[in-house]
Design a protein around this ligand. Structure first.
Ligand code: HEM
Length: 146
């Protein structure tokens, strides 16, 4: 598969994933106090069910394309401290691995029925911060030099 196609898939999947997290953390949290508690819970449950069906595919595309892209930079990744680019890319991938760990924990808690709304909110906020840092690193690694 061509590098351009992999990069486009990676970017589209990143938009789907980051956009969903942004919607949940910024938009949904912002309307919470204007919507009756029961209605909000029903909406959250419906969005959660939808996310469980869609997100695994977006994540699969995002990570598979990411690994394909990273193959081109394998020499830089084998020496993470050799340049600013290597370090920033390594950090980006480490944060992406942490996002995957968050997602897996959410799935496990959801299946066990222990994903309460407080835990879910903290998890979303943490993933949101991760995604912000990942996107800044993804661009910064090409523009920052030291
Ligand atoms: C939450 C997960 C991830 C997000 C949100 C994300 C997001 C991004 C974004 C926004 C870009 C910039 C694309 C562009 O400007 O065209 C990028 C580039 C890149 N990502 Fe990711 N990424 C994620 C996971 C990964 C993983 C797991 C890997 C590798 C194992 C990876 C490897 C790369 C590489 C190598 C580039 C540079 C591609 C290039 O421009 O040559 N990413 N990523």
């Amino acid at each position: 598969m061509s590098y351009g196609l992999l990069l486009s898939l990676h970017l589209l999947a990143a938009i789907a994933f980051a956009g969903t997290v942004f919607f949940e953390v910024v938009m949904l949290e912002g309307v919470r106090r204007y919507v009756p508690h029961e209605a909000m819970r029903a909406v959250e449950r419906a969005i959660g069910n939808r996310a469980v069906r869609i997100m695994p595919w977006a994540l699969l595309t995002l990570y598979a394309a990411g690994i394909g892209l990273a193959w081109r930079y394998r020499a830089a990744l084998s020496q993470p401290f050799s340049s600013s680019f290597s370090l920033l890319l390594t950090l980006k991938i480490a944060l992406a691995a942490s996002v995957l760990a968050h997602f897996s924990m959410a799935m496990i808690w959801r299946r066990r029925g222990t994903l309460g709304s407080r835990r879910s909110r903290r998890l979303h906020l943490s993933v949101f911060c991760h995604v912000l840092a990942i996107v800044l690193l993804a661009k910064g690694m090409f523009y920052l030099r030291w």
